[in-house]
Design a protein around this ligand. Structure first.
Ligand code: HSE
Length: 443
């Protein structure tokens, strides 16, 4: 919470120790320099980068900082008595975990963009921050530049949030956009994403949903006030999605997007919160706001009983956009530090994360079957036997083979999987091409 100082108030100084100075750290240094007078005028606090820990201090960097602030000694920066606050931008669990824990132990506020750390060891770090009475802020950890953690922690803290759906991985959104708009294959779209620097050389974390699962875990933790860890989040990647699936979905009025879904699933009150958290490709009706989120943009759609629908949209990655999120946290933490206050997370129990088998969803299914009398009836019978209700169906007879496309009503995951297992056993079913959930299309 920032307040304008009286004109006679002396300027206070807060010194940052920066851990990591890559594209985000460099952009943060540039923003702090460029916005110095604005920050001082609005808060009465001057924020300076006092020390920077990097792997290679001799590396040429495009940052306006004196050479003597650079060091390789990360813990030395954390423990430096002249450093008031730590900005952790090195990423990964170790050594970030020990450095952040030590900073909090020393009573120093921490700003981090480290989703992997928070989604695996958030519980101990949130507890340590609250025990020390200092800020642990992490706006940049989820959806980059988009202000999301602060609205969830502050504006919506009392809101009965029923569901959050997000496009929270820019790389996969870029790939699916290219496949959708240019008919590109998954492989070609991935190669383009790699050339543009969106996807890593090893794209697994993005395309298999690990990155989004960590972010979804953090969203679930903050929305429902109960710890969810990344390894509890069901995740499915986009590598099986074909340009054909995208074309068929478009004809039926859907876009295919990689979606994170965080939902209340019972519990609450005095008992533990029960939540459903998952990340997977999904058909989204073209009329849904998330369907129009293109390229590498992120967006988060929130549904609450009182607030109705909200949507946040913006850049989920990149140096300057991510540094913008870090800067907001840094200013907030600096002002709180001067005032001796902090934004408490509060006590967090463990959430009960419902297993995917127990969840329900509508489904898009594409099958190759023999094109002869009685086949459709036999296939439809398997749906009925497993209590999976068909919402729409289309059939294209191709001579020897026919293609069947079903969209189901909302059905329990385990029932859909049992139906598919039974269908795969049938001689008349030559292939189950695609199985993709449908979201945002309540029926
Ligand atoms: N690789 C991520 C993405 C950005 O593509 O959205 C960092 O989380």
């Amino acid at each position: 919470v920032t307040t304008a100082p009286a004109s006679t108030t002396p300027i206070e100084r807060v010194t940052i120790g920066l851990l990591g100075c890559g594209t985000v750290g460099g952009a943060l240094a540039g923003l702090l320099h460029a916005q110095r007078s604005t920050i001082v005028a609005r808060t009465g606090v001057e924020i300076v980068i006092g020390r920077v820990a990097v792997r290679d201090p001799s590396k040429v960097r495009d940052v306006d900082l004196p050479a003597e602030v650079f060091t390789t000694d990360t813990m030395g920066v954390v423990e430096d008595p002249d450093v008031d606050m730590i900005v952790e931008l090195i990423g990964g669990v170790d050594p970030a975990r020990g450095l952040v824990a030590r900073a909090l132990d020393l009573g120093k506020p921490v700003v981090t963009g480290n989703k992997a750390l928070l989604a695996s060891h958030g519980e101990e770090l949130y507890t340590a921050a609250d025990a020390a009475g200092v800020d642990l802020l992490f706006e940049a950890a989820v959806a980059g530049a988009i202000p999301l953690m602060r609205p969830l922690r502050e504006s919506l803290v009392g809101e009965p949030v029923s569901r959050v759906m997000g496009i929270i991985n820019g790389t996969t959104n870029y790939i699916l956009t290219k496949m959708s708009e240019e008919g590109a294959s998954y492989e070609d779209a991935l190669a383009e994403a790699q050339q543009l620097g969106y996807a890593e050389e090893d794209p697994t974390a993005d395309v298999e949903g690990y990155d989004a699962a960590a972010k979804a875990a953090i969203i679930a933790t903050i929305v429902y006030g109960a710890i969810v860890q990344a390894d509890e989040v069901y995740h499915q990647g986009i590598s099986d999605i074909t340009a054909d699936d995208i074309a068929v979905a478009a004809r039926l009025g859907y876009a295919i997007k990689a979606i994170a879904v965080v939902e209340a699933a019972g519990g609450g009150g005095d008992g533990p919160a029960e939540v459903a958290v998952r990340v997977h490709p999904a058909l989204v009706p073209v009329t849904h706001p998330l369907a129009s989120v293109r390229d590498s943009f992120n967006a988060v759609f929130i549904e609450g009983d009182a607030v109705g629908e909200l949507m946040f949209y913006g850049r989920g990655a990149g140096g300057a956009p991510t540094a913008s999120a870090v800067l907001g946290d840094v200013i907030d933490a600096a002002v709180n530090h001067i005032n001796g206050s902090s934004a408490r997370i509060g006590p967090l129990g463990r959430a009960i994360v419902r297993p995917i088998d127990e969840l329900s969803s509508a489904y898009y299914l594409s099958l190759a079957v023999m094109d002869r009398p009685g086949v459709l009836a036999r296939v439809a019978d398997e749906f009925g036997r497993h209590a999976v209700s068909i919402r729409s169906m289309e059939q294209h007879g191709l001579g020897d083979e026919a293609r069947l496309i079903f969209i189901t009503h909302t059905s329990q995951e385990s029932a859909v999987q049992a139906t598919l297992a039974a269908l795969r056993e049938l001689d008349i079913v030559s292939d189950v091409h695609s199985v993709i959930r449908v979201v945002g299309d309540e029926d």
